[in-house]
Design a protein around this ligand. Sequence first.
Ligand SMILES: [Zn+2]
Length: 334
Amino acid sequence: MAVLSHLHQLFNTEQCQAYIHTLRWKDRPLQCPRCQSHHIGHWGTYQYRPGCKRYWCHSGKRTFNDLTDTLLHQSKRPLAYWILATFLLCLACSSRRIAREVGVHVRTSYRWCWWLRNAALSYKMQRQVEGTVEADEFYHTAGHKGQAKHGGKKDLGRRARGRRKKREPGRGHYDKDRPAIIAWVSRQGSVVVHTVKDFTVKTVQQAADLAVQAGSRLYTNSASSYRALQGYVHEFVNHTKKEYARGEVHENRAECLFSLLKPYLRVFRGISKINLPGYVGFFQFLRNFRHQNAFAQAEMILQAALDPAIARRARQGEFVTCFDHFDPLQTAIN
Ligand SMILES: [Zn+2]
């Protein structure tokens, strides 16, 4: 029998509160989240939440505190739960794992995980890679996990995918439950990973326009969709002729990225194609801030989560920007 059941029991409540207070107001002026007024006075603390500061807004004649209108607002769980959950999320834990480690219900942790992932995605808006860029694609099986309306099993209209069952031949497609994932990897370090419905010339051109700065040098494999790309200095290697590198023309970094993305996605044991862009987007966040440790990454996410404007959009899942650029279907999903 363990002495303590959960790690966060060692956390000091007031220290967590002071940490969150610092994160919330570090780069922002102390202002009312409702009317943005700076005419603020102190208004004591809470008995049930030691250390949580309360303020009085002279314009709106209402009080607010460090958590008002953030992602953590109105959560009944202590801050230590949130801090630990965010940390575990950055270590690529599944929401079930986090539920067990933190001691909350799986549905609670599932909701937290998506809110926090979405808050992390606020960092990648309009990211473009430049310089020398490698691109590669692969197809990931993604079905209807968790999409049954009232819980339980949903009739799939097909036979279950057997293990080791041979896939349908040919390229994957969203409608065949195998959407494409395209990685744009800059040799200067940053990456953009897109989830797209298909791999047509039009889709790839749209994805490239979003991800890669015009005029960049682009190295890919010999797929015809890349060869039709316009606006880049393009060279390719021909894998069918067993050519994997020709001088500095190769896409080994992009392939390496997939060797990291595949085991990252495996943790979740099957992914719904609706959630795939969110998981891939969060992987992109982790990858782009890989020089920081998991706690520093968690701090970035918490800081975003404490911004009322980001929190509102993160709850709605507005930062996931993948299929929607390529197809109106995403609006129906949201
Ligand atoms: Zn106010």
